[in-house]
Design a protein around this ligand. Structure first.
Ligand SMILES: *Cc1c(COP(=O)(O)O)cnc(C)c1O
Length: 368
């Protein structure tokens, strides 16, 4: 048996008619940028997230950059990000000219540890970017309380957490604004690059839209030095076709995760901890093992796909050498980078496929 790390096929088969119809509709209309598909998806996604405004943008990285720029964050400012996340979170800060400041995660949940935030706040700190990593919400009550007391913005990175709940409330609705990615592999994915900003703040929504559209408030009037980052009509139409299935997709991922959590029993493995406040959407199912390389080889040899999130922490990446953060300085991020292994997780895994993954994980014994 072979179980890939991820497959889009079950979802694509289920939505085949809707996706083709979306293409036909846009193609017949010959209208590709800034049109009714974008408008409809923005309305539908805002409603889904329980917020007032959604602005479609080109990708998840741009969503974060545009939010930070709309907040006036730039050179001389500091923004707190987790030390274990996809590099886009930190790069978004870097692109504005501000400095990303890393805070270590709670190794059990992989999410930013609220207890470690305050020691990194300085007079220059302007914002916190909690990342709901692997699809599990951060401890938002603690984070919002710190931000309020210290006068900081909270910008949520929801790129891996479409539909995740914290105390019954959707992620993306806590901070001043939130960034989503619709990269094809995300829980809600386009057929290419796409992203969105959601917010309850009309001013920020307007600024993000202007900044992503060459800084123009209306055609050929440029009030800011903007960029080109818009959600195109085709991607918006595909996303709106997929959005109604998102609750089912997330429920299905929870079914798989539920089986992994109860049936994987192996002292060589550490399973992810789910906070009592969170209902995760399992973008990634991350196990940890001191014998990670051996474990990966044995799963791959059995035809099971795996991945690592993330093999090199950001502070040790070549592009961030200039930050001058030495190895050993962020030991939890480093420990995760050395021990984390992501196992198959996608919509429509069959019970037999899940059985096979569980059996192989339970059978793993390191040679030592
Ligand atoms: C995917 C991702 C992004 C960036 O999204 P893109 O659409 O690929 O630009 C940002 N943050 C996190 C945590 C991500 O996983």
């Amino acid at each position: 048996m072979r179980v890939p790390f991820v497959s889009f096929k079950p979802l694509e088969r289920e939505l085949d008619r809707e996706i083709r119809a979306a293409f036909e509709r846009v193609y017949e209309r010959s209208w590709y940028i800034e049109g009714e598909e974008d408008k409809r998806f923005e309305e539908d996604f805002a409603k889904y997230c329980g917020v007032e405004y959604c602005v479609g943008v080109g990708n998840g990285l741009d969503a974060l950059v545009l939010i930070l720029k709309a907040l006036g964050i730039g050179a001389g400012d500091e923004v707190i990000v987790p030390s274990n996340t996809y590099i886009a979170t930190a790069l978004a800060v870097t692109y504005t000219g501000a400095l990303p400041v890393f805070v270590e995660p709670d190794i059990r949940t992989f999410n930013i540890d609220p207890e470690r935030i305050e020691e990194k706040i300085t007079g220059r700190t302007r914002a916190l970017i909690p990342v709901h990593l692997y699809g599990q919400a951060c401890e938002m009550d603690e984070i919002m309380e710190i931000a309020k007391r210290r006068g900081l913005y909270v910008v949520e990175d929801c790129a891996q957490a479409h539909g995740a709940l914290y105390k019954g409330r959707m992620v993306g609705s806590f901070g001043i604004a939130s960034g989503f990615s619709f990269y094809p592999g995300k829980n809600l994915g386009a057929l290419g690059d796409a992203g969105a900003v959601v917010t309850n703040d009309a001013e920020i929504a307007r600024k993000v839209r202007e900044l992503g559209n060459y800084g123009s408030d209306y055609k050929y009037h440029h009030i800011r030095k903007g960029c080109n980052s818009r959600l195109d009509e085709l991607q918006a139409a595909f996303l709106d076709a997929k959005l109604p299935l998102l609750p089912k997709v997330n429920e299905d991922r929870r079914r798989t995760a539920g089986r992994y959590l109860t049936e994987i029993k192996n002292p060589e493995l550490i399973l992810p901890h789910v906070s009592e406040n969170a209902v995760p959407v399992w973008h990634i199912f991350a196990v940890r093992s001191k014998r990670r390389e051996e474990l990966e080889q044995s799963l791959n040899a059995a035809g099971i796909g795996t991945n690592k999130h993330y093999p090199i922490p950001m502070h040790l990446q070549r592009c961030y050498e200039s930050l001058g953060i030495p190895k050993g300085a962020l030991p939890i991020a480093e420990e995760i980078s050395e021990t984390e292994l992501s196992i198959p997780m996608y919509y429509g895994m069959s019970e037999e496929e899940i059985d096979y993954v569980i059996q192989n994980l339970n059978a793993f014994r390191s040679a030592r």
